[in-house]
Design a binder for this molecule. Structure first.
Ligand code: ADP
Ligand code: MG
Length: 392
């Protein structure tokens, strides 16, 4: 038996919810049915899968297995992921090494499927619908993100990769952070294909200086600013090197009121306390920037983050999902001709457009335009570690 095959055994970890149970599930490919592709990142695609015997939906992410990685270290790291349990952290169900060709083996990670997509998907939807996000919704999302980070930091973890696509949402609009780097192993496995994530990195990290939990607050601030402005906050026409140099040395982007755009995007007016919050997150000197716990005490977060707003309704409105049936009301079957739009059905329009029927239902029931299919490629170019090096 090769070392890699031994590793297949070694890293099949037990189901996170019942780590003591010797009979707990040992995952393998045959247990899942592919539902659809959720999207693609640097390391590979992420799929929505269904566990065949329970019908439970999960997200499956594969990353290339680095043959140099000691299996025991990999296993330790994966087991650690399963101890990260918090309302704002994506639940980790387990991992296994996909069998088959040992040279091309992959680590398969199984995690909670988030029907509400990511903040990247949310921004795309808002742009399509020519809508702006409200300040209180932004505050809820900021608060969820910061609480997740505060939890990770309590476990001595720096997230390292906070960006819109790594802030996921449940169908009720609860924030779930994913893709945090526990230690070196998983991150190193992906390092060879590291692309496109650097725009959210803090200046100290780009410079190669030591970085801390405060670097995650910079990335959160930039992500929140992007969500509010509905576009990436730095000038769109910069090349990768120029952009990195502007992040490190240039003007810090700010939240400003905006007039209606010529493209039909509505204008926006933000409170001074929200502008102050963004400024605090984007303090260029990492040692003066607040930690997640400190910024959670910011007056804007405290005031707006605790306002009782119906995030579930907000999500339904955004994605055109039908209202859940009231108790005692029969849910229409697809054959009844009712809406086929379900939570998750419209979350990634680039990979899974709504059917004509469901789009029509969304328009008529929710009173806004049916989602369009997004075909444009990502506007941000890829950056490799060597490019980064050159820039600094
Ligand atoms: N657990 C999950 N539930 C729903 N969508 C997910 C989940 N994990 C990842 N995604 C989505 O899958 C896509 C690819 O993710 P990933 O490979 O991490 O690349 P990246 O985050 O760099 O875009 C992203 O759009 C991400 O938001
Ligand atoms: Mg990701």
């Amino acid at each position: 038996m090769s070392d890699l095959h031994k590793a297949i055994e070694a890293i099949q970890i037990r189901e996170a919810t019942d780590p003591e149970n010797e009979d707990a599930i040992r995952w393998n490919n045959d247990m899942f049915e592919n539902v659809r592709r959720l999207g693609e990142g640097a390391g590979g695609a992420v799929y929505q899968v269904k566990q065949k015997n329970t019908g439970k939906m999960m997200a499956m992410k594969t990353i290339p297995a680095n043959p140099e990685t000691p299996p025991r270290q990999l296993r330790r790291e994966l087991e650690f992921l399963s101890t990260c349990i918090h309302p704002n952290i994506t639940e980790f169900y387990g991992a296994y090494l996909s069998s088959g060709n040992a040279a091309a083996a992959e680590v398969v990670l199984l995690m909670e499927f988030c029907e509400g997509g990511s903040l990247e998907t949310v921004s795309k939807k808002l742009r399509e619908q020519k809508r702006r996000i409200g300040e209180q919704v932004v505050a809820k999302l900021a608060m969820g993100t910061l609480q997740g980070l505060d939890y990770l930091h309590g476990k001595k973890i720096i997230h390292r990769d906070i960006k819109p696509s790594n802030i996921l949402l449940t169908k009720d609009g609860v924030v779930k952070l994913c893709d945090f780097g526990v230690s070196g192993v998983l991150v190193n496995s992906m390092a060879g294909t590291f692309t496109g994530t650097s725009w959210y990195m803090s200046p100290e990290r780009i410079r190669g200086d030591p970085y801390t939990i405060r670097s995650d607050v910079w990335s959160t601030g930039l992500t929140i600013l992007e969500l509010a402005r509905n576009k990436f906050p730095y000038p769109p026409d910069l090349g990768p090197i120029e952009l990195l140099s502007v992040i490190v040395n240039g003007d810090i982007p700010e939240l400003e009121d905006e007039a209606e755009g010529s493209d039909g995007q509505p204008g926006a007016v933000w409170t001074q306390s929200m502008k102050d919050f963004v400024n605090r997150c984007l303090i260029i000197d990492g040692t003066r920037r607040p930690s997640p716990r400190e910024i959670l005490q910011d007056p804007w977060v405290v005031h707006n983050g605790n306002v009782d707003i119906d995030m579930e309704k907000w999500m339904r409105h955004l994605y055109g999902w039908p209202k859940p049936p009231r108790k005692g009301v029969r849910r229409p079957k697809p054959s009844d001709g009712g809406s086929s739009s379900t939570p998750g059905g419209s979350m990634d329009s680039s990979s899974q457009p709504l059917s004509a029927t469901s789009a029509y239902s969304a328009t008529t029931e929710m009173g806004y335009d049916a989602p369009r299919i997004i075909t444009e490629p990502s506007s941000r170019c890829a950056v490799t570690p060597s490019l980064l090096h050159a820039a600094c």
